[in-house]
Write a protein that binds this ligand. Structure first.
Ligand code: ADP
Length: 277
């Protein structure tokens, strides 16, 4: 089979076989020595994510979801095991893997356009090209009219669109999303679900998406990784073979979500049904 050439940025050419996973987590453990003693945030976690795949991760609070994302981003290193991205071991952050957070992490003193352009500026992209790319992404997330607005002038959904545009402007291979829509109202969240699915289809990015909302996970994911807490392990990986575009009210989706929720209730006896979203 042919070998595809990916990302010749910064002079670095990565040859990746089409069947090679974009992300490879191999028997990873991570412990923290906190005030309440030693916590095993992740124990022997292994996971492969295919190129272009959309993987959602659900699990009770404290099961290590954010830690897993941090390891994939390269913000933390595992105590044992290895994390690989695009054929190389992850040893630190890399613009090919962009994180998107719930709280936007935008700079309030910069305009929308400046926020989107900042990463490009730091990456040494020339001014005209920065402007061109930022304009394109702002149009793509329907924010072109707000290019000169300041972040505090935007709604939560608009801010999250800026975060997505800022990440995609850097043309990463992987988007790592940590509960990005958790703080949004249901209507805005529905809109962003549609937009994110369209962007993912068009760009072919690999996405790892953390959520508390089981229905959201089944709506968006090719697979849903169900985690257990204390220690954080993978309990089950659920393939979602439902046609796209999907809708929250699809009976097949609700059925699958019910199964995942039953897993989570096993984990946290008495967990509220509302976690199904
Ligand atoms: P989740 O995202 O699923 O809620 P986390 O990855 O944030 O879980 O945390 C997993 C476990 O590790 C929790 O018990 C948490 O308290 C602990 N933990 C995470 N980060 C730290 C840290 N920097 N110091 C001490 N304990 C931590």
């Amino acid at each position: 089979m042919a070998v595809v050439e990916r990302g010749s940025r910064r002079g670095q050419v990565v040859h990746l076989h089409p069947t090679e996973p974009a992300l490879h987590v191999d028997q990873v453990s991570r412990r923290f020595d906190g005030r309440r003693g030693l916590t095993t945030a992740l124990a022997d976690v292994s996971l492969d994510v295919r190129q272009g795949e959309f993987v959602c991760v659900v699990g009770p609070s404290g099961c290590g979801k954010s830690t897993l994302l941090d390891l994939l981003a390269g913000h933390q290193r595992p105590d044992t095991g290895h994390v690989w991205a695009h054929g190389a071991e992850v040893v630190g952050p890399d613009p090919r893997r962009m994180m998107i957070f719930q709280d936007h992490a935008l700079f309030p003193w910069l305009s929308v356009r400046q926020n989107v352009e900042l990463g490009l500026r730091l990456a040494g992209v020339a001014r005209a090209e920065r402007r061109r790319r930022a304009t394109g992404w702002l149009e793509r997330v329907h924010l072109e009219r707000f290019a000169d607005a300041l972040v505090h002038e935007l709604s939560g959904g608009m801010r999250q669109r800026v975060s997505i545009a800022r990440a995609l402007a850097l043309d990463p291979d992987v988007l790592l999303m940590d509960e990005p829509f958790a703080a949004l109202d249901a209507q805005t969240r529905d809109l962003l679900h549609g937009e994110l699915q369209a962007l993912w289809r068009e760009t072919g990015k690999t996405v790892v998406f953390i959520t508390h909302n089981v229905r959201e996970a089944v709506l968006l994911g090719d697979r849903v990784v169900v985690m257990t807490a204390h220690p954080g392990t993978i309990r089950r990986i659920v393939p979602v073979d439902l046609p796209r575009p999907r809708h929250m009210e699809d009976p097949g989706l609700i059925d699958l979500a019910r199964g995942v929720l039953a897993d989570l209730r096993d984990e946290v006896p008495g967990a509220p049904a509302q976690a199904a979203g």
